[in-house]
Design a protein around this ligand. Structure first.
Ligand code: PGA
Length: 262
């Protein structure tokens, strides 16, 4: 990846399982593209449901990129209902989200599964947005004392997801810090939380690989971001971008968010 791209703020729209018909998905994309005519300082990625990827891909303007919300860990074969990283690449995806907390929660995705998906997606040449985050607002030790530290779950999720990943592939990795308690709750983290998480995540990656490699990994924040708080996470929290759920379904809100950070 060129450094020029890496220096841009990365704004990722996670549409989740919305909208429910293709026509609305096309309209949403059109409204977003009309609102963001150019994005000199930002890289905008839209992650629609799988079934809309190809149709949207043909309508994409140059400054918007497509991503998927998940992928399988094999490239082809007898895996009914699954979609492989190579397939996603062939229909125009550049990015893929892996390990979103909703998949961990509702689909039973384990750290082991996520690790296999990360490796398969990187192997297929996709850029991976790995989602990690703690369940509760604060971390407590076994005696119930507040540790003033990020929950060990964040470290566990990161270390397991990257187990066996080649150093040469880490340049295609983005980490989205998404505390579960902040997702869809209207209760976002603070810019300070985001800065601490970024330092923590980069340190762990540095320990696993090396510092220079860790510095190539962009760290996004996600969880109840909106047009009012978006720029705080970038300016005060030093996030390299945002992973946006609910607010990405309202084109006016999403376009205003993008403009506020660029
Ligand atoms: P939210 O979701 O912005 O609706 O909180 C973020 C996410 O789940 O990626």
């Amino acid at each position: 990846m060129k450094n020029e791209t890496k220096n841009k703020i990365l704004i990722v729209a996670n549409w989740k399982m919305n909208p429910i018909i293709l026509k609305e998905a096309e309209e949403l994309l059109r409204a977003v593209q009309n609102g963001i005519q150019r994005a000199k300082d930002a890289e905008i990625v839209i992650c629609p449901p799988f079934v809309y990827v190809e149709a949207l891909s043909s309508k994409l303007k140059a400054h918007i990129t497509l991503g998927a919300q998940d992928c399988f860990w094999e490239q082809e074969g007898a895996y009914t209902g699954e979609v492989s990283p190579s397939m996603l690449k062939s229909v125009g995806c550049t990015y893929v989200l892996i390990g979103h907390s909703e998949r961990r929660q509702y689909l039973g995705e384990t750290n082991e599964i996520i690790n296999k998906k990360v490796k398969a997606a990187l192997k297929a040449g996709l850029k991976v947005i790995l989602c990690i985050g703690e369940d509760m607002r604060d971390s407590f030790d076994t005696r119930g004392h507040w540790t003033h530290e990020l929950d060990p779950k964040v470290k566990d999720e990161l270390v397991s997801a990257l187990d066996g990943v080649q150093k040469s592939k880490v340049g295609n990795l983005v980490v989205a810090y998404e505390p579960v308690w902040a997702i869809g709750t209207g209760n976002a983290a603070t810019p300070d939380d985001v800065l601490s998480a970024k330092i923590f995540i980069r340190k762990i990656i540095g320990d696993m690989f090396d510092r220079k490699t860790a510095e190539t990994v962009r760290v996004l924040y996600g969880g109840s971001t909106d047009k009012k708080n978006a720029s705080d996470f970038i300016k005060e929290g030093h996030a390299d971008g945002l992973l946006v759920g609910g607010s990405s379904l309202d084109p006016e809100e999403f376009v205003t968010m993008v403009k506020s950070v660029t």
